[in-house]
Design a protein around this ligand. Structure first.
Ligand code: TGC
Ligand code: FAD
Length: 387
């Protein structure tokens, strides 16, 4: 029996019935709702917010959180498959789901009070309240310990000052999870859109993630009530704990982008006749296609094991770093190679490789640059902190 070109090791046989159903459902959503519009969205620099209610309806927002908060209560492997299938459409769509789920709903769930969970999570799962996550600052995102944004107590309230940079969903968000220095270490605050002194400014001229909103956030004496502070974590481990959740999803996402690029390269090279024969019949192109399949297969197996470890409560941040590094590098290399196989046709958004390649420039940078993740793995091996 012929092997499936995008699943050479039959990774689907490692999935449960429920996981297969999740993957198939999200795949259908991507095929029917994302792919027909995403090239134009990228060209126009437009985030397709009209897809939010459908994503909510499918349970894609906060999918791993409990059903009592209106969420789907799915396992980690299912969340990974959601990310993979969304990113087969576009990294910007997956980014939206990552930020809403892992960077906003997760900290409210993990670090918030029961009142905060009940107030925010059901509406966020329903896509009625959109969140963003403000950690990075203009002076250097790789080193969030050097945070300048600060919060000081003023009676029963907190006063926040500072600026955040490169914030996904910033201008579409109803709430921002803002991390700020306090006398008691870094703490998280739920900053609501209408709070006086809080503003968002969209970042223009992006050549990457053009179907996603990216913003700067400004906090100028913003008064935040104590009830909006996340009380159950202090220190950098708060935001880094959220990043572990989001990075986990991002290890899966680029597999989808890479499969989309392999699909285009394969189909195009089989049909493109050069020197009297399909270009796919040349050794040079087959080497490239085979290498793509090899790297996708490795990434798929890495992710299933990572997901099983997460579901067993055994996943370590270093394992996430290794997979984020490996899979982003895998996907960006494949997208660039696929673009080359398409020749001149590869430079337009009529075909997906250049869009994915450009998007992956962000994906390999955000949630920890490739270098940051390499140094995390190096630190694990040597016991020496090289940052
Ligand atoms: P370090 O001393 O290593 O750790 C401080 C505390 O945090 C704990 N910790 C973690 N906890 C959970 N998950 C992790 N991955 C963790 N890494 C560290 C650690 O145990 C410690 O806890 P405690 O109790 O001892 O205090 O911190 P460091 O200052 O040496 O920093 C290490 C480094 C460089 C790895 C870290 O700063 C880092 O990861 N930098 C990169 C920052 C980053 O990734 N920013 C991403 C911003 S959000 C984003 O990009 C969203 S894009 C979303 C989208 O659109 O999809
Ligand atoms: P810098 O930290 O200034 O890094 C510059 C270079 O220095 C990089 O090549 C880096 O690898 C290298 N470097 C850093 N440290 C070392 C070292 N010790 N040794 C050697 N090299 C080193 N952030 C949020 O908080 N929320 C979001 O929603 C969000 N969304 C984003 C969306 C997009 C489209 C993008 C592009 C970014 C987003 N980010 C977000 C920010 C992202 O997390 C940061 O861009 C990233 O962490 C890197 O920070 P920086 O851009 O300041 O680069």
């Amino acid at each position: 029996m012929a092997l499936h070109p995008y699943d050479l090791y039959d990774v689907r046989s490692l999935l449960s019935e429920e996981e297969l159903a999740v993957q198939d459902t999200v795949a259908r959503f991507t095929d029917e709702r994302v792919l027909p519009i995403i090239g134009d969205c990228f060209d126009e620099g437009r985030f397709p917010s009209e897809l939010i209610p459908e994503m909510a309806e499918l349970g894609l927002l906060g999918s791993s959180l409990p059903e009592e908060y209106g969420c789907a209560g799915l396992n980690a492997v299912s969340y990974g498959l959601i990310c993979q299938e969304l990113e087969r459409g576009d990294s910007g769509i997956r980014s939206f789901a990552s930020v809403q789920s892992s960077l906003c709903m997760y900290p409210i769930f993990a670090y918030g009070t029961e009142d905060q969970r009940k107030r925010w999570l059901p509406d966020m799962a329903a896509g009625k309240v959109i969140g963003c996550f403000g950690l990075t600052e203009p002076q250097g995102g790789s080193d969030p310990a050097n945070m300048k944004t600060n919060a000081r107590k003023d009676g029963a309230d907190w006063i926040l000052n500072g600026a955040k940079m490169w914030i996904t969903n910033g201008n579409v968000a109803d709430i921002a999870i803002v991390w700020a220095q306090t006398d008691d270490g870094i703490q998280g605050f739920i900053v609501e859109k209408g709070f006086s002194g809080f503003s968002a400014q969209e970042i223009k001229h992006k050549m990457s993630l053009r179907a996603s909103v990216t913003s700067a956030l400004y906090l100028d004496d913003v008064r935040v009530p104590e009830e909006n502070r996340l009380p159950n974590v202090k220190g950098l481990k708060g935001p880094l704990g959220c990043l572990t959740q989001a990075r986990y999803g991002i290890t899966w996402g680029p597999i989808g982008a890479a499969i989309a690029c392999l699909d285009e390269a394969l189909n195009y090279s089989k049909e493109r006749i050069l020197f009297g024969k399909p270009v796919a019949s040349t050794q040079a192109v087959q080497l490239k296609l085979a290498d793509m399949a090899r790297r996708i297969t490795s990434a798929q197996l890495l992710c299933v094991q990572l997901g099983r470890l997460k579901d067993a409560g055994k996943m370590q941040p270093t394992q996430v770093s290794l997979a984020k590094w490996n899979n982003c590098r895998m996907a960006i290399d494949i997208a660039r190679e696929a673009r080359d196989i398409l020749g001149g046709a590869g430079i337009t958004t009529e075909h997906c490789p250049i869009r994915h390649a450009l998007n992956l420039e962000s994906v390999i940078t955000y949630e920890g640059t490739e270098t940051v993740h390499q140094l995390v793995v190096g630190r694990e091996l040597t016991g020496i902190n090289a940052f």
